[in-house]
Design a protein around this ligand. Structure first.
Ligand SMILES: [Zn+2]
Length: 400
């Protein structure tokens, strides 16, 4: 019975090593200090943290799963995701607990969708993929530039996209890297650059349309003191310190206004963020306003506020170095760059030049033959290309 003996051997091996991994869920009301208490970890782990790291801890979402590895029954490491990219890692050693933010390992799967239009491109994409995501995304990115209404039966859409996986489950929205939309035989190409903007093959940018509009939340700001970044790597501290929002520096007491209309879903103290308000908007979008000095009268949990309505005043409550508003924007619970939504979109045509243009041309040359190849295939409903693992474990910069 070779399988049985193998199992016994495996169990023995695990038993002697005494390593166990267990998944937990971050419950709704759990605070970080509460979490430390729950697992018997000294509270000073939190108190000794750097200011910005304390702020980042507020990004741990309810329902988030985290894992604890134990060695001989004792906690060895704890991994808690704080964003799509990073997790907080607590490590127990003889010297006590240390912490750092590390990249979340993931698999990147590349796939292709190729469909011929039957009823309408959004409906057809939904039928093929069981999600409205692709149709909505194409509409948001291209409807200003591409005449979708002229699409006819038999016109084709090809998408190359990547999906991230963690523990064999997809996470974060898929990313459309390149697409071809054919309208009456005329091809329109789109290529994603720097994870954000789409260009045609000659470098003209496609202007997104946004269904929900946002305005700058501090009308009298002095300047932007910190921008949004998922993975800011600190060269001196040799660690990651992302900033999941925009900081608007302003005089203490300056008005903070609702960036878009919505319902106040949180009002109160939020750890490193200090006095905080959160507003739920349409389309799964939520804004967060932190470090406030005080709240505006009549603004409470459940209150509906219009765009531009004063909700509070700039301060420096929580972990903050000076009066400023930390402004966060979340799409279905995930931090996104507010600048993408708040920035005024200029009407003029943007064309990339120089090195960026060269990079775009490289992308075009990479995808062109793949488009041709996909087009040449007969079956046209959907094709899931051989999923390959591109980036199972991203290399981290060397530790100090
Ligand atoms: Zn901030």
């Amino acid at each position: 019975m070779p399988i049985k003996s193998l199992l016994i051997l495996l169990t023995l091996l695990l038993f002697t090593q005494n390593i166990t991994a267990k998944e937990y869920k971050w419950s709704n009301k759990l605070t970080f200090l509460g979490f430390l208490k729950k697992h018997g970890i000294p509270q000073k782990v939190y108190y000794n943290m750097h200011k910005e790291d304390k702020e980042l801890i507020q990004e741990i979402r309810a329902g988030q799963s985290y894992s604890i590895n134990r060695k001989k029954g004792k906690i060895d490491t704890i991994n808690i995701p704080v964003s799509d990219e990073l997790m907080l890692q607590l490590k127990n050693s003889k010297k006590g607990y240390g912490y750092k933010y590390v990249e979340i390992p993931y698999q990147l799967i590349e796939r292709t969708i190729s469909i011929k239009m039957k009823h309408g491109f959004k409906k057809d994409l939904y039928k093929a993929t069981k999600t409205w995501y692709y149709g909505k995304e194409l509409e948001e990115v291209y409807s200003k530039s591409i005449p979708f209404h002229k699409m006819r039966k038999g016109d084709r859409i090809i998408l190359f996209y990547t999906q991230r996986y963690r523990n064999n489950k997809p996470y974060t929205s898929p990313q459309i890297d390149a697409c071809l939309i054919e309208i009456k035989g005329k091809p329109f190409y789109g290529f994603l650059m720097d994870n954000e903007k789409y260009y045609d093959s000659l470098g003209t940018q496609y202007k997104r349309t946004y269904t929900t509009r946002f305005i700058r939340p501090v009308p009298n700001m002095k300047r932007i003191s910190s921008r949004f970044t998922h993975r800011r790597y600190h060269p001196i501290h040799k660690r990651y310190r992302p900033h999941l929002g925009i900081d608007y520096a302003a005089r203490s007491g300056s008005r903070i206004v609702a960036s878009s209309k919505g319902r106040v879903v949180y009002k109160g103290w939020k750890g490193g963020y200090g006095r905080t308000i959160e507003i739920q908007h349409a389309n799964g979008l939520k804004t967060l306003y932190a470090h406030m000095r005080g709240y505006a009268k009549g603004v409470n949990r459940g209150t509906y506020v219009g765009q531009g309505k004063t909700i509070g005043y700039v301060g420096t409550s929580g972990k903050s170095t000076g009066p400023h508003l930390h402004f966060g924007l979340y799409k279905k619970g995930r931090a996104v760059n507010p600048a993408r939504y708040v920035k005024k979109q200029s009407a003029k045509v943007v064309k990339i030049k120089g090195k960026a243009y060269q990079r775009l041309r490289k992308l075009v040359r990479h995808y062109r033959p793949q488009f041709q190849e996909t087009k040449a295939r007969k079956s046209s409903i959907i094709k899931k290309e051989s999923s390959k693992c591109l980036n199972c474990f991203k290399k981290l910069p060397p530790r100090k």
